[in-house]
Design a protein around this ligand. Structure first.
Ligand SMILES: *Cc1c(COP(=O)(O)O)cnc(C)c1O
Length: 511
C-alpha cells in the first residue's frame, strides 16, 4: 500500500473539498519551480515573493549546515552565530566554488551550488534578452567591475605569456579603469581621444556620420599606432575598450576595433560597465564579436540589475576564435578558492522577481527616460543660455555646458581660483547640487593634473582629454530612473544655477 500523501492526511483533519484547492495552489507554485529547473531561463512573468521565498527556503534546506541531525567535524561547516546574519542570508553559508573552480559544485551544499548555477543561467538569458543576442557564456563573479577586469587580464596573461605586458587603452577618466590594469602588474598604453569638431577642423579623414559634435572618441588608427608603439602585437596583452562612459566621451567603436584586433591577432576586452541597459551598446558588442575579435566583455551587476554592489559578469559570444582559449572559463578556473554567494542569491532573486517581461519593461523604460531627460535638460539649458553637448552616440549620459559660470577675467582654462568670495562657481554648483540631494551629476571644470603611477600623468583629469574646454555638467539616464526624479533634478539645477549667476554678476548692467 502507498503511504498517504500530505494532502490526504490534511483531508483527514478538515473537509477534503477544502483541501483540494489549497493543494492545487501549492502545485502551481512547485510547477513554477519545475519549469525554472527544466527551462533554465528567465520565467516569462516575474514570480511573487512567496514563490521566490519557497524556492530559496527549499534550496537552503538542501545545504548540510541546515540538515536536521547533522553533525559537522570539519573546519568549514557553515556555522552561523547571529540570527540576523542567518536571516540576511536565508540560511545559506557555504558560498560558491571550490579550489577546482568558481563554478564547481560543493558536496556539502547542493542548495548553494544550485543558486550559483541558476544565477549564471538566468544572467545569460538576461544578457541575451537585453541585446547581447549571441552570448555563449556568462560568468557571474563575486567582485565588482574593476576587480573582474583585473581577473580577465590575469587570465589573458596566463594565455599570452609574460612578454605581452601592455594594455592598449583609450583614455577614460575613471581611476578604476586604470587601476585594474596596473594592479594586474601590466602597463597601460594610453590612447588619447579626439574631439569630434576639432578633429573635423583638422581636415582629417572622417567617415563617421556626425562629425560636427562635441564627442571625444578614439580612432582605430590611434589604436593601431599604440600597438606599434608597444612593439607589436606580441607585446600587447589586449586592447581594452570602453562602451558605457560619461558624455562627452563617446563609446569606443568596438566593432571596428574588434576587426582590427582580429586582423592583428591581439585580444580585445570590453569594459561594458553599465552598458547592458542600453540596446545600442549591446547591439554594438553583439556585432563586434561576429565581425572581429572580442575575448571578454565585463559588466557590473549593481549598475545593470538593481542589486547591491559586489558582482560583475564576464561574458563572451559570437563565433569565437579559432584556437582561442575561452577566457570566461579560464577566469573561473584560475580563481583561488571559494567566494561569497550573496551576489548570486541577489541576482537570482531579482531576476525571478522581474521575470523576462519585467526586465524588458525596465530596459524599455530606461530608453524612454533617456529621451525624457534629454528633452527636459535641453529646455533647461535654453532657459539658462547654455546648450546640451552634442553627443549623439552616447546612449546613457548627457552633458550641459556651464559657460555662464566661467568668470570673465579667467577665460577658458584660467587658474586663479577663489579670487572672489565663495570660490569657483563651477565647483560650487557641484557641491550645491549635492547638498540639495542631487546625486550622480558630475561637474567638470578645470581638471587638475594627476599622476596615477606607471609613468602615466593625466592633464585635465576628469574630462578624458588634455585640452581644457568649456566646463560642463553630466547627467545619466540609468536603469530605474523615474520621470519625477528628472523633473525635480531640472528644477533644482535651474534654481541653483540662477542663484550662482546672480551672485556672480550683480553689478554688470546689460549693454
Ligand atoms: C563603474 C565603472 C567602473 C568601476 O566599477 P566597479 O564596479 O566599481 O569596480 C569601471 N569603469 C566604468 C566605465 C564604470 O562605469
Amino acid at each position: 500500500m502507498d503511504q498517504p500523501s500530505t494532502l490526504q492526511l490534511a483531508g483527514g483533519l478538515i473537509s477534503g473539498k477544502y483541501v483540494a484547492p489549497g493543494g492545487e495552489a501549492l502545485t502551481r507554485r512547485t510547477n513554477q519551480i519545475k519549469a525554472l529547473l527544466s527551462s533554465r531561463r528567465l520565467p516569462e512573468k516575474g514570480w511573487d515573493e512567496r514563490s521566490i521565498r519557497m524556492l530559496i527556503d527549499d534550496l537552503a534546506a538542501m545545504d548540510a549546515n541546515n540538515f536536521l541531525g547533522q553533525v559537522g567535524l570539519g573546519e568549514r561547516e557553515g556555522r552561523l552565530a547571529c540570527p540576523l546574519v542567518i536571516n540576511r542570508h536565508y540560511g545559506f553559508a557555504h558560498g560558491i566554488g571550490r579550489s577546482g573552480s568558481l563554478t564547481a559544485d560543493q558536496p556539502k551544499a547542493a542548495g548553494s551550488s544550485l543558486v550559483c548555477r541558476l544565477a549564471n543561467l538566468l544572467v545569460l538569458d538576461a544578457l541575451v534578452t537585453a541585446g547581447l543576442k549571441s552570448t555563449t557564456s556568462a560568468l557571474l563573479l563575486p567582485m565588482a567591475t574593476g576587480l573582474a577586469l583585473q581577473q580577465v587580464f590575469l587570465a589573458l596573461r596566463d594565455i599570452r605569456g609574460p612578454e605581452a605586458e601592455y594594455v592598449v587603452w583609450p583614455r577614460v577618466d575613471q581611476k578604476t579603469c586604470f587601476k585594474c590594469i596596473t594592479s594586474a602588474g601590466l602597463k597601460p598604453l594610453v590612447v588619447n581621444l579626439q574631439c569630434g569638431s576639432r578633429h573635423n577642423r583638422a581636415g582629417q579623414d572622417n567617415h563617421d556620420d556626425d562629425d560636427d559634435n562635441d564627442e571625444l572618441r578614439v580612432t582605430p588608427a590611434g589604436i593601431e599606432a599604440a600597438i606599434e608603439r608597444a612593439g607589436g602585437a606580441s607585446r600587447v596583452l589586449c586592447v581594452f575598450t570602453t562602451t558605457s562612459c560619461f558624455a562627452p566621451r563617446a563609446p569606443d567603436p568596438v566593432d571596428k576595433i574588434a576587426r582590427l584586433c582580429g586582423t592583428l591577432g591581439v585580444p580585445h576586452v570590453i569594459n561594458n560597465a553599465y552598458g547592458v541597459q542600453s540596446r545600442q551598446l549591446c547591439r554594438a558588442i553583439d556585432r563586434s564579436w561576429t565581425v572581429g575579435r572580442v575575448d571578454a566583455v565585463v559588466q557590473s551587476t549593481d549598475k545593470n540589475f538593481m542589486v547591491p554592489v559586489g558582482g560583475a559578469i564576464v561574458c563572451s559570444g559570437g563565433k569565437g576564435y579559432v584556437g582561442q582559449v575561452d577566457v570566461v572559463h579560464k577566469v573561473s578556473e584560475r580563481f583561488p578558492g571559494r567566494a561569497s554567494g550573496s551576489n548570486h542569491l541577489d541576482i537570482l532573486m531579482t531576476l525571478l522577481w522581474m521575470g523576462k517581461q519585467g526586465w524588458i519593461e525596465r530596459l524599455e523604460k530606461r530608453e524612454k527616460m533617456m529621451g525624457y531627460l534629454t528633452q527636459k535638460l535641453t529646455l533647461c539649458a535654453e532657459r539658462l543660455g547654455e546648450r546640451i553637448l552634442k553627443t549623439p552616440s552616447n546612449p546613457i549620459s548627457l552633458g550641459m555646458t556651464l559657460a555662464s559660470l566661467v568668470r570673465p577675467e579667467e577665460g577658458e582654462g584660467g587658474r586663479d581660483k577663489g579670487r572672489r568670495r565663495g570660490g569657483d562657481p563651477v565647483t560650487m554648483l557641484g557641491s550645491m547640487l549635492f547638498r540639495r540631494n542631487v546625486s550622480g551629476t558630475r561637474v567638470v571644470g578645470r581638471g587638475g593634473t594627476i599622476n596615477l603611477g606607471a609613468e602615466c600623468v593625466f592633464e585635465n583629469y576628469g574630462a578624458h582629454i588634455d585640452e581644457r574646454g568649456i566646463p560642463y555638467l553630466t547627467a545619466a539616464a540609468a536603469l530605474g530612473l523615474e520621470e519625477e526624479e528628472v523633473d525635480v533634478f531640472v528644477e533644482r539645477l535651474e534654481k541653483t544655477f540662477r542663484k550662482l549667476t546672480r551672485f556672480e554678476r550683480p553689478a554688470v548692467p546689460d549693454s
